[in-house]
Structure formats: C-alpha cells, structure tokens
Design a protein around this ligand. Structure first.
Ligand code: AR6
Length: 176
C-alpha cells in the first residue's frame, strides 16, 4: 500500500529516499526546481549528470544526491506545454511512470515529486496534477507485489499548487 502526502515548501529539504527533479533534456541544470536541486546538491551532481548523456522527454534517470538529505535524485524531463497538440499528456504521465519504475528497481520506499512541467514548461496546473495522480496510481497498481514505494510526497511550492494537489487527490479518491 502506498500513502500519498502533500508537502508545501522546498523539495530539497526532504529526507526521503529519492526526490524527483523536473529537468531539461541536457540534464545539465537550469532554473526552477532544477536549479534549486543542483545548488543544494553541490557541483558533484553536475559532474555526475554530464555522464548521463541527457534524457528524452518523458523518460527519467537516477543519480546520487550528493549533499542533499535525500539518498537519490531521479531526473525526469516533462513536456513543454504547446496547447495539448503535441502528446503532452502522455509524455507527462510517462515522466511519473518512469520515475516509479526507476524507484522500484532501486528498492526505494519514499519518493517526492515536484509538479513536473508546471513552472517554466507552463503545463496547465489543474490538468497536470490530475495526470500525475492518475499516472502514479496506475504505476503502483501495475507493480503489484513488486511495489516497494510506501510513501509518495507531492510537493507544492505555492499555495495555488497546494490547492491543485489537494483537489487532484480528492478527485482521484472519489473516483473509486
Ligand atoms: N521545491 C519544490 N518545487 C519547486 C521548487 C523547489 N525548490 N522550485 C520550483 N518549484 P519548474 P518545469 C516548483 O519551472 O516546468 C528548469 O529550468 C515550481 O513552482 O522548476 O518542469 C529546467 O532546467 C513548479 O510548480 O519545472 C527545465 O528547463 C514546479 O516546481 C525547466 O525548468 C516545476 O517548475 C523545466 O520546467
């Protein structure tokens, strides 16, 4: 069984097994949560990421966390919102699914996600959070007894995103 939690604040402060980074295809750092994670992890993270050879949109790659309190960082690349005509929903769902797969392969029990694509990449927040919860629930369900993840923390960096995570979680629970 996996418990969903919501946390408002800086994902870098969380002492979970892995935090997810909303990165770009280069995996060489950027602004937003990506910049915050690289600053908090220290320059060794960038050195490590140079050898990961980038990441496709919708995919994910694992790294150590260096100076962060978490044990690992899972870097994923969300889609840039282009009006919904460029397969954005499937790519965003794929980010969450690939992160769960990598976490499971690593035996990770606690995992924290930012709202992937909801900053610079401009994905509409309400839809993005619903896609996230659906994709996470489906990934965990399909893992069956291979699931290792006991706790997923959804991180909001603003009151508005906090409300979206809360609404998406409530909506998904009312569906079953
Ligand atoms: N902790 C938790 N959430 C945060 C933090 C933080 N420290 N900082 C920002 N957020 P964004 P994207 C929230 O822009 O849209 C980067 O430059 C933020 O408020 O970080 O996927 C990359 O290199 C928003 O809700 O990621 C890429 O080029 C969410 O995290 C590009 O931005 C995601 O916002 C990726 O854009």
């Amino acid at each position: 069984m996996t418990i969903f939690k919501i946390f408002k604040g800086d994902i870098c402060s969380l002492a979970v097994d892995a935090i997810v980074n909303a990165a770009n295809n280069s995996l060489l750092g950027g602004g937003g949560v990506d910049g915050a994670i690289h600053r908090a992890a220290g320059p060794a993270l960038l050195d490590y990421c140079r050898d990961l050879d980038g990441c496709e949109t919708g995919d994910a790659k694992l790294s150590p966390s260096f100076l962060l309190p978490a044990n690992y960082v899972i870097h994923t690349v969300g889609p840039i919102w282009r009006g919904g005509y460029e397969n954005e929903a499937a790519l965003l769902a794929s980010c969450y699914q690939r992160c769960v797969e990598l976490a499971r392969q690593q035996g990770i029990q606690s995992l924290a996600f930012p709202a992937i694509s909801c900053g610079v990449y401009a994905y509409p927040h309400e839809v993005a959070t619903r896609i996230a919860i659906d994709a996470l629930s489906a990934s965990i369900a399909s893992s069956g007894n291979r699931n290792t993840i006991e706790e997923i923390t959804l991180v909001a960096y603003s009151d508005q995103m906090l409300a979206h995570w809360q609404a998406a979680l409530t909506f998904s629970r009312s569906e079953y």
